[in-house]
Design a protein around this ligand. Sequence first.
Ligand SMILES: NC(=O)c1ccc[n+]([C@@H]2O[C@H](COP(=O)([O-])OP(=O)(O)OC[C@H]3O[C@@H](n4cnc5c(N)ncnc54)[C@H](OP(=O)(O)O)[C@@H]3O)[C@@H](O)[C@H]2O)c1
Length: 158
Amino acid sequence: MAYAKAEPFLARLYNGLLRPQKINILGFECAGEVEAVGKDVTRFSAGDQVFASAGFTFGCYAEYICLPEDESPDHACVSAKPANLTYEEAAAVPIGGITAVRFLRKANIQPGQKVLIYGASGSVGTYAVQLARHYGAEVTGVCSTSNLELVNRWGPIR
Ligand SMILES: NC(=O)c1ccc[n+]([C@@H]2O[C@H](COP(=O)([O-])OP(=O)(O)OC[C@H]3O[C@@H](n4cnc5c(N)ncnc54)[C@H](OP(=O)(O)O)[C@@H]3O)[C@@H](O)[C@H]2O)c1
């Protein structure tokens, strides 16, 4: 509730009190084909299929976006799209996935540790459950009964 009340005011402080000053095109995450690369780019070529976060510069709802090859301080980052994901599926990964991986790395999970993911069926929790299992943890997930089947698809979860 506090988040819902504070959000418009904080957004205006950041992006302009009366009208948007820094961010004119919304969109935090996207997927698509690389149209062209700068002369110093080594990891990507025109035609590559990628998915990306534009970070706090936003702009992913545009038809084209220019992103840095390596992660920027604004958290923009680009990765090759796995062949078994559609563009739609890949575009849904960055926000929840990046949030989950950052926090789980900070937790420095060791194999055999017990990890509780509160909100296991959500955008962040979806990745947090799978990453914690990847790090070898014994995962307990909390979600609604209606989402138990979804969360259990990712392996043995208590
Ligand atoms: N998405 C992001 O990148 C991001 C970034 C920074 C911070 N956050 C913060 O991380 C939190 C989760 O974000 P999200 O995007 O993953 O949200 P979400 O997709 O809406 O998922 C919310 C999760 O919380 C569970 N939940 C909802 N109400 C609950 C309750 N009363 N008791 C226990 N569990 C409850 C939901 O379970 P059921 O649906 O199964 O009920 C679901 O697993 C939020 O506080 C958000 O502000 C998110």
